[in-house]
Design a binder for this molecule. Structure first.
Ligand SMILES: NC(=O)c1ccc[n+]([C@@H]2O[C@H](COP(=O)([O-])OP(=O)(O)OC[C@H]3O[C@@H](n4cnc5c(N)ncnc54)[C@H](O)[C@@H]3O)[C@@H](O)[C@H]2O)c1
Ligand SMILES: CC(C)CCC[C@@H](C)[C@H]1CC[C@H]2[C@@H]3[C@H](O)C=C4C[C@@H](O)CC[C@]4(C)[C@H]3CC[C@]12C
Length: 372
């Protein structure tokens, strides 16, 4: 070891995204063996310049995971890669082919670069959507990693996450340069919230336009899994740290990301954050009957198709996002605790309060929907 025990080089792909920023900050704060942190992204964030990395060297790398040569160059000499770059698109913003190229081919490029350069540890940010909810609307009620569920993927984003996750798990054990085996695992967050969550801000701003009201569209009984970004990042830190010493247990495994965030419907959960910001939710039951919402979703999909030659029309509600929001999907597990001693770094109240404070500071700041 060198420099007071700081001997490891980490690479975070997608390190300037919503989760990526939490990842970078958590690594700097919580990983004492970190010597160099390479932050790889298509678009580098200005906040990187303002970081106070202490003894760690932070290396921003502007690159594209779909370009194998970019990934190899970034990975050379790295010990660990946390691969979270991806296109999060459930709105039809991007061509399915592009989603495949970034999420699946990009992941294959990361695996191949590990093999080529000798990087031995790979943590992949998958998603609950690698499993479900499926298009049949089957509920996944407080399930764990072993709960049987029929995964059916018709949409490009969830399909790409499932394919990429499979590639990562199958790569476990492959020999990398130098002859040692690659050790991989995949973490599956549910819906992430926290500082930087653009969609939460969009709901806040929409409500401001209606005098502080949101209108209930989903039955309160439909539970939707949520997890705080700081805890998701912390789980990645621990998984990356323990992959070396617990390779037999952890290699090739999936882990749901979980914490103490309450089980609620998508809208009721948002209200936990937006309520303290002055927003109220109207109705104890959905104000519109489901069939009308479904018609609206179909209309939006039709408009997207119709206008495609001229403009990419997107709306919050389409048949897929509506079914996602309307299907119970929550996790209840302790696998990460058993395999690598994970405990949430932030309790529910702190996770909520940090997010609330952030929303309050963002009042009046414009922002895109959804992120591209
Ligand atoms: N947001 C959620 O609720 C959620 C839930 C589960 C899983 N995830 C996964 O977590 C990861 C991060 O998601 P996020 O919400 O922070 O999304 P995000 O869009 O904020 O971040 C993704 C980052 O990847 C970068 N990126 C995109 N294409 C790239 C390319 N070709 N090369 C290099 N970088 C590229 C983007 O610039 C962006 O900074 C994704 O893999 C996503 O699938 C997100
Ligand atoms: C009031 C509603 C009908 C409005 C629609 C809400 C909709 C935009 C929300 C509901 C569920 C959300 C997804 C869910 O939290 C999980 C994920 C997994 C992750 O991998 C990417 C983000 C995503 C798809 C959320 C996107 C926004 C959704 C669809």
């Amino acid at each position: 070891m060198t420099d007071g025990g700081r001997d490891l080089v980490y690479l975070v792909t997608g390190g300037c995204g919503f989760l990526g920023e939490h990842m970078v900050r958590t690594l700097l704060e919580m990983e004492p063996r970190l010597r160099e942190l390479r932050v790889f992204d298509l678009h580098l964030g200005p906040w990187l310049e303002a970081l106070n990395p202490g003894p760690v060297q932070v290396t921003p790398i502007q690159g594209d995971v779909t370009r194998a040569e970019d990934v190899v160059a970034a990975l050379a000499g790295a010990d660990v890669v946390i691969h979270m770059a991806g296109l999060v698109d459930v709105w039809g913003l991007n061509d399915p082919e592009i989603i495949y190229r970034v999420n699946v081919q990009g992941t294959q490029n990361v695996i191949d670069a590990c093999v080529q350069t000798g990087t031995r540890f790979l943590v992949y940010t998958s998603s609950m959507e690698a499993l479900g909810p499926n298009t049949k609307g089957h509920p996944f009620y407080r399930g764990n990693e072993d709960t049987p569920y029929e995964a059916i993927h018709t949409q490009p984003y969830p399909r790409s996450k499932a394919q990429a996750e499979r590639l990562v798990l199958e790569a476990n054990g492959r020999k990398v340069r130098g002859g040692l085996p690659l050790v991989t695992c995949a973490l599956r967050p549910t819906g992430i919230y926290g500082e930087g969550h653009q969609l939460m801000l969009d709901f806040y701003r929409n409500a401001q336009c209606t005098g502080g009201w949101l209108f209930r569209t989903i039955p309160a009984s439909v539970e939707h899994g949520r997890v705080y970004a700081g805890n998701v990042a912390w789980m990645h830190v621990l998984a990356a740290r323990e992959l070396g010493s617990r390779a037999t247990t952890m290699g090739g495994q999936i882990y749901f990301c979980y914490d103490d965030s309450p089980y609620k419907s998508y809208e009721d959960f948002n209200l936990e954050i937006l309520g303290p910001c002055g927003i109220r939710l109207l109705g104890t039951r959905p104000l519109l009957p489901y069939f009308l919402l479904f018609l609206l979703a179909i209309l939006n999909a039709f408009l997207q198709w119709l206008l495609r030659p001229l403009v990419v029309y997107t709306a919050l509600i389409n048949p897929y996002t509506l079914s996602l929001a309307n299907t119970t999907f929550t996790v209840h597990t302790d696998k990460a605790q058993r395999h690598f001693d994970y405990q949430p770094l932030y309790g529910w109240e702190e996770s909520r309060d940090r997010t609330v404070s952030w929303v309050k500071t963002r009042k009046g700041h414009p922002g895109p929907l959804p992120r591209d």
